[in-house]
Design a protein around this ligand. Structure first.
Ligand code: HEM
Ligand code: HEM
Length: 144
């Protein structure tokens, strides 16, 4: 078996760009929701009220989240399973896979868990890992 995964483990130019656009979109829309939710609260007649843009960031985020599950499935088929046998970048790749899986699972649960004690923890657990996503990605991408 040669040492090179070849063609970056099935990642051609268009797939790589697809991954970058969806990743940046999900990260920015989630980040903007956080910013508007916690810092850009409007003062209404009866006290603080939700900024009108806040629900839009979540809708956009939801759309990118669906696209993210698609790109993750694609990455699994063309990259993860192909690159795994070569034993290179395994720990950073496995970490990135785990981060993706957690964001998908916790994002799904955010839709349906209404319990007042659990939801805030889920929310923080989702976005804290989400914000750190570029670190996990950078570790994998730049590793020699
Ligand atoms: C256990 C899982 C994984 C393994 C073993 C793995 C392995 C690798 C290896 C060996 C390379 C270098 C390819 C080369 O030198 O030809 C690479 C590059 C890359 N991987 Fe992974 N990977 C995994 C998971 C992932 C995941 C989940 C993503 C995305 C979410 C990802 C995105 C990338 C990208 C964007 C590159 C750079 C491609 C380039 O340089 O053009 N990998 N991976
Ligand atoms: C694989 C990638 C991701 C998926 C599948 C995903 C999925 C989801 C889903 C389904 C929701 C619930 C939407 C709703 O309630 O209408 C959500 C909410 C959220 N996501 Fe993500 N997300 C991903 C990545 C990220 C990233 C990278 C960030 C980084 C900042 C992030 C931050 C947030 C925030 C702040 C919320 C709102 C939390 C709340 O309602 O309490 N997400 N996400």
């Amino acid at each position: 078996m040669s040492a090179s995964v070849g063609n970056s483990g099935g990642l051609g130019r268009s797939r790589r760009w697809g991954l970058y656009i969806i990743g940046i979109g999900a990260w920015l829309s989630g980040g903007l929701w956080l910013l508007f939710h916690y810092f850009f609260v409007e003062q209404g007649e009866f006290g603080p009220q939700v900024n009108p843009l806040e629900p839009w960031w979540l809708k956009i985020h939801g759309a990118f989240a669906f696209a993210a599950t698609w790109i993750f499935g694609l990455m699994w088929g063309v990259h993860v399973t192909k690159a795994w046998p070569y034993k290179r970048r395994r720990s950073s790749g496995a970490m990135l896979t785990a981060v993706f899986a957690w964001l998908t699972l916790s994002g799904f649960l955010l839709y349906y868990v209404g319990d007042e004690r659990i939801r805030p923890m889920l929310s923080i657990g989702h976005w804290a890992i989400g914000i750190a996503f570029p670190l996990a990605f950078g570790w994998h991408r730049l590793k020699r």
